[in-house]
Design a protein around this ligand. Structure first.
Ligand SMILES: Nc1ncnc2c1ncn2[C@@H]1O[C@H](COP(=O)(O)OP(=O)(O)OP(=O)(O)O)[C@@H](O)[C@H]1O
Length: 488
């Protein structure tokens, strides 16, 4: 669709764009990324013809762009640039109708029925119909941007060139505009070439990206190129961590600020308070801990400071346990957006708290255990309702610094220890009459202070992994024994 060949260009001094090559396929959404001053606008202007090409060529469907007449070009290419030259007295409708100019026939160049149909459609799409008679100068920055996009779409181009199209837009309108472009790309095979500053937005919408640095491409590739953290750090000079979007299979980047979010060291032994009554056990830390949990609230990897284990009725059956738990937290003045929440039918007074220091690492484990729902996960195919709460709930607090991998590793260690405790107490799955591996609704939390040396492993081959194992095993056994004594 568009080919950039050995392109050199810039202003009067030494060229800014140095020997660039790029091929953009028909119907793709291509994002041009790069830090301030890297040459994005210069490249954009070379493509749009605002700057002369010093060397090389830009081809559109095989034809040199410089050989196309103004009208030929306008039929193929629409531009939405930063520098808008619009006569302020035009109305929105008049501006959009300018976009139809390349398609108008005859000497009089009057708008046809088809032109009006297209104008109506693009106004509808960009949600500016209500401004049709309003003067352009009366609009907000974001509204102006939408009008200019409508004008570009009214041109019905094959390729749309955009310089920071979301510049003045709030998040609602940013996503609305990009969704609209994406829809046009997917349904009408529109090719999109856009300068974007927001790497995360580029990742969500672009098919491919180019990373420009000092007038040359460092990377051209699909959006997973953004997972190359070192490359981004080199270009933007910011500490970057690539994560995955939770629902879209695309990378998202997290920037780390230079300032420290936790200047003073946390003294683990007195950095928390525990409150308990018949309805809940609430552990509150002085500051957020790095957590991994399958709690009803606060699941996945988070930073949280409140940890609640709530007592519910034995026959608890709720269609929306998350909402229910939020209500319970509200009652106990626990901010649910900062919390992990678990549920159990076990009497909370039977909780077991074990605190230990193993080879300089401080641990605290809190377990409530009921084994009425004990299950051997490997046995047969009998699946029981998971709404019953005959549960082993385990909270493990550690004064250590884990990578995400170590968190997962530690989760395995805690689970292995729980299974061993059940095995040694000969707890059986009543359905299969084999040793149980857990209950059907167990919850587990690992919470780390993230102090000290970062550790990438927390399995049974490490001190911290062994520590998790020992302390979880001990607390689980004690809690099950208490439960067995009570049910007898
Ligand atoms: N009119 C000009 N005359 C001379 N040099 C210019 C001119 N405009 C830009 N430059 C220089 O060209 C280089 C690239 O600028 P350009 O505007 O292409 O960067 P950019 O990647 O678009 O940056 P930004 O993200 O800040 O918009 C910069 O060093 C800039 O100072």
């Amino acid at each position: 669709m568009m080919k950039v060949e050995n392109l050199v260009g810039g202003y009067t001094n030494a060229p800014i764009i140095k020997d660039l090559n790029l091929e953009i396929k028909r119907g793709e959404f291509f994002a041009l990324l790069g830090p301030n001053g890297s040459g994005k606008t210069t490249l954009f202007k070379l493509i749009t013809g605002q700057l002369p090409i010093q060397k090389g060529d830009i081809l559109l469907s095989g034809k040199a762009i410089k050989s196309l007449s103004k009208l030929e070009k306008a039929k193929k290419v629409a531009v939405l640039s930063q520098e808008v030259q619009i006569s302020f007295d035009y109305t929105v409708e008049e501006i959009i109708s300018l976009g139809r100019y390349p398609h108008q026939k005859g000497i009089l160049k009057q708008l046809s029925k088809l032109d009006w149909k297209v104008i109506e459609e693009v106004m509808e799409l960009t949600k500016i119909s209500q401004f049709r008679k309003t003067q352009f100068r009366m609009l907000s920055g974001g509204e102006k941007q939408r009008v200019l996009l409508a004008k570009a779409l009214a041109q019905e181009p094959e390729i749309l060139l955009l310089d920071e199209p979301t510049n003045h837009l709030d998040i609602k309108h940013t996503f609305q505009l990009l969704d609209l472009l994406k829809e046009r790309q997917q349904t009408m095979d529109l090719t999109i070439f856009s300068i974007l500053h927001d790497l995360n937005v580029a990742s969500l919408y672009a098919d491919r990206i180019a990373l420009l640095h000092n007038g040359a491409f460092l990377e051209v590739g699909d959006v997973d190129t953004l997972r190359k953290e070192d490359q981004l750090k080199k270009v933007y000079e910011v500490q970057v961590k690539a994560q995955s979007h939770p629902t879209v299979p695309k990378p998202q980047l997290l920037m780390t600020p230079k300032y420290s979010t936790s200047s003073n060291l946390l003294n683990f032994s007195n950095a928390y308070k525990i409150e308990q009554n018949d309805e809940c056990i609430h552990v509150e830390f002085d500051r957020p801990l790095r957590t991994l949990s399958n709690g009803v609230i606060g699941d996945g990897i988070q930073w949280l400071k409140h940890f609640g284990n709530f007592h519910v009725d034995k026959n608890y059956d709720c269609t929306d346990p998350k909402k229910d738990l939020q209500m319970r937290m509200k009652k106990h003045r626990i901010p649910h957006e900062k919390a992990v929440g678990m549920m159990t039918a076990v009497k909370l007074e039977d909780k077991v708290i074990v605190k230990k220091e193993i080879e300089g690492i401080k641990f605290m484990v809190i377990v409530t255990a009921g084994v009425g729902n004990a299950v051997d996960i490997s046995a047969g195919s009998i699946v029981r309702a998971t709404s019953q709460i005959g549960t082993i709930n385990t909270m493990v607090f550690i004064d250590a610094h884990f990578t995400d991998g170590a968190l997962v590793n530690g989760y395995m260690s805690a689970t292995e220890a729980k299974v061993k405790a059940l095995q040694d107490l000969n707890i059986k799955d009543p359905a299969s009459n084999t040793i149980a591996t857990g209950t059907s609704t167990d919850s587990l939390l690992l919470a780390l202070t993230q102090q000290g040396k970062k550790t990438p492993y927390a399995g049974s081959g490490t001190v911290v992994g062994k520590g998790i194992g020992q302390i979880v095993y001990q607390a689980t056994q004690e809690a099950i024994k208490k439960y067995l004594k009570r049910v007898k």
